[in-house]
Design a protein around this ligand. Structure first.
Ligand SMILES: [Zn+2]
Length: 206
C-alpha cells in the first residue's frame, strides 16, 4: 500500500470513530434532556430535577457519561446534597421525565366534563387541564412539577376544549346561556339526545 493509500485508510477510520462518538454523545444528550421527577431521599417527597445533559454528552466522548444534576426544586437550600436521587434514574431515563408521568396519568382517563377519553398526548397538542376539589381549573404545565404527583391524587382531568369553554363560561357568565338539565352534578355537559332534537323540531313545525 502506498503512503497516500495508508493515510486515506487512517483518515477514514478516524472519521468513522469521530462519527460514532458524536452519534453516541447525541443519544446521551437526548436521553437525559428534560425535567424529571425523583423522590428526594432526604424528604421522601417528589423533587423536580434536571440532569446536566450537555455535560453528560461531552463526558461520554471520553468514557462513561458523567451524570450530575444541574437543577433541583430543593435548590439552592440543599445545593450541597450528595445527589443520591440520581440512583433512581435507572436504565430508561425517559420514565423519569415529567412529561412521561403526565402523559401516563391522562392516558385512559376521561374528561370530567365531556367524558371524552384521553389517548396519547403529544407535546405539540393543546395541553389538558385539571379541576380541583374547589372546582377551579389549572393547566398542568402551570403547576410546579414537584407538586404534580400530589395534584394527580386530588384533581380530575379536563380536556383542553372543555378547559377553554368552562373558563370562558366562568369569566363571562353574562355571555353564556345555561340550559337547565344540560349539566350533571359535576357541572359536566350532557349531550343532547338525537330524539330530543327531533321532538323539538316536530314541535316547531306544528
Ligand atoms: Zn372535555
Amino acid at each position: 500500500m502506498t503512503t497516500t493509500g495508508y493515510l486515506l485508510v487512517v483518515a477514514l477510520v478516524l472519521a468513522a470513530a469521530i462519527a460514532a462518538g458524536l452519534s453516541y454523545a447525541t443519544r446521551v444528550f437526548f436521553r437525559y434532556r428534560g425535567k424529571m421527577l425523583f423522590t428526594c431521599p432526604e424528604t421522601g417527597k417528589p423533587a423536580a430535577v434536571k440532569v446536566a445533559a450537555s455535560k453528560a454528552a461531552r463526558s461520554s466522548l471520553t468514557g462513561r457519561p458523567d451524570i450530575r444534576l444541574t437543577e433541583c426544586s430543593r435548590w439552592p437550600e440543599r445545593q450541597d446534597c450528595g445527589q443520591e436521587c440520581l440512583s433512581q434514574i435507572g436504565a430508561d431515563p425517559q420514565n423519569c421525565l415529567v412529561w412521561t408521568k403526565v402523559a401516563d396519568w391522562y392516558r385512559g382517563r376521561a374528561c370530567v366534563y365531556c367524558r371524552k377519553l384521553f389517548g396519547e398526548i403529544h407535546w405539540h397538542d393543546h395541553r389538558p387541564a385539571l379541576m380541583g376539589p374547589d372546582r377551579k381549573m389549572v393547566q398542568w404545565s402551570e403547576l410546579p412539577a414537584e407538586k404534580l404527583p400530589q395534584v394527580f391524587e386530588t384533581h380530575w382531568p379536563v380536556c383542553w376544549s372543555c378547559h377553554i369553554a368552562e373558563t370562558f363560561r366562568r369569566e363571562h357568565p353574562e355571555l353564556v346561556v345555561d340550559r337547565p338539565g344540560r349539566r350533571g352534578p359535576m357541572g359536566e355537559l350532557i349531550p343532547q339526545r338525537v330524539d330530543d332534537a327531533r321532538k323539538a323540531d316536530s314541535l316547531t313545525r306544528v
